[in-house]
Write a protein that binds this ligand. Structure first.
Ligand code: ADP
Length: 364
């Protein structure tokens, strides 16, 4: 198997198109063998960063290092980086075999080497029986695998994938997610992929970087970002979040007072690990961490209870999702569903019980 594990590091990378900054002071370290996602909404700079690593874009400042060596001025074909494009970019008139062999022929490898490597690459992606076909005769998922085989056959140090699953239908996308992950593990190749789909990033990547407006917001594992988002953008982009804006009030002791805008004062246990400073802040918590109960139910004393009124209800099978009006705010609460549980109807007076251990303070 190919064991080309390289590290990649971006140091203070900035890139502008004309006077428009697209990447702003990006600092990032990707470890050898990692399966790493660049996650962000459309226009956040993900593709620009990926193309920059491939060598198709040039940054104006900062350093780009592979295995500790600055490759900033090195042209794409000398970087030993393989990139799979979103549309696969296969040659329609060539057979699958010739498509995969292309890079090796260009490198003037011997016929024996080409035969051996192309055979191995096709086998790796399970397409050894399709070598004589042309791309048009294959399904979207198979074309994707040809594109992968064609890239890994040249044994790159880094594998870059631009929205690798976006051209596939929903069902195939979920299946290919698993395949891609297995293939990456087998190869052990440092792999960076771009996606706007948080579920795709969370289920596939070892770690990910969240980008917004060309600024790297946070780097971490799926659970790390979900459980400990650092700001409002990450809280809302990685999963669904309720966010209360407000102010942490000064005062000592074990309890902390948070003046929530539109809701009033909440008295909460002071978090031990990340005690927030007095001043403007936000509190984030997840819909499934909110307990929804009928108004007159005596809730458990460990939760903070707020009165509200159901605004809308959605039945999603595994759970029901409620939007609940609390003063000026609308909060989202999920309730796990079992047969026989009656759903709350719009207009129903309810109480929301928030688990204070699950609250995250977001600084401004
Ligand atoms: P993403 O991949 O996250 O959707 P991109 O990296 O494609 O975002 O684009 C980031 C920003 O840079 C966008 O605002 C886009 O319009 C702009 N941009 C991308 N390519 C060019 C270009 N060649 N010239 C000018 N602006 C560009």
């Amino acid at each position: 198997m190919i064991r080309n594990q390289a590290s990649l590091e971006c140091r203070h990378i900035s890139l502008s198109y004309g006077s428009t900054p697209v990447l702003r002071d990006v600092n990032l370290k990707i470890e050898p063998g990692e399966f790493f996602a660049l996650l962000g909404p459309s226009g956040s700079g993900k593709s620009t960063l990926l193309r920059l690593i491939a060598g198709f874009n040039q940054h104006q400042s900062g350093e780009l290092l592979i295995d500790g060596q600055d490759i900033s001025g090195v042209p794409p074909h000398r970087r030993n980086v393989g990139m799979v494009f979103q549309n696969y970019a296969l040659w329609p008139h060539m057979t699958i075999w010739d498509n995969v062999a292309f890079g090796l022929v260009e490198r003037r490898e011997s016929r024996d080497t080409i035969r051996r490597k192309v055979g191995a690459a096709l086998e790796l992606v399970g397409l050894q029986d399709y070598a004589r076909r042309r791309p048009g005769q294959l399904s979207g998922g198979q074309q994707q695998r040809v594109a992968l085989a064609r890239t890994i056959v040249i044994e790159p140090k880094l594998l870059l994938l631009d929205e690798p699953l976006s051209n596939l239908d929903k069902k195939l996308r979920v299946q290919m997610r698993e395949e891609l992950k297995n293939l990456q593990r087998t190869l052990g190749l440092t792999t960076i992929f771009v996606t706007h789909d948080q579920e795709e990033a969370m289920t596939t990547a070892d770690r990910m970087a969240v980008l917004d407006g060309g600024v790297l917001q946070q780097v971490g594992t799926a659970a790390g970002l979900y459980d400990y988002p650092q700001n409002r953008f990450v809280a809302g982009f990685v999963g669904t979040a309720n966010v209360l804006e407000g102010e942490v009030l000064a005062g000592g002791g074990e309890m902390l007072a948070f003046d929530a805008r539109g809701l009033g004062r909440l008295v909460l246990p002071r978090p031990v690990d990340e005690a927030p400073a007095p001043g403007a802040a936000a509190l984030a918590f997840r819909p499934h961490q909110v307990h929804i109960a009928v108004r007159d139910e005596q809730g458990d004393a460990l939760r903070v209870w707020i009165d509200g009124q159901v605004e809308s209800a959605e039945f999603l099978g595994e759970f029901a999702r409620y939007r609940v009006r609390v003063g000026e705010l609308a909060l989202v609460a999920d309730q796990p569903h079992y047969a026989g549980i009656a759903m709350f109807v719009p207009g129903a007076p309810v109480r929301l019980g928030i688990d204070p251990t699950q609250l995250r303070y977001l600084a401004r």
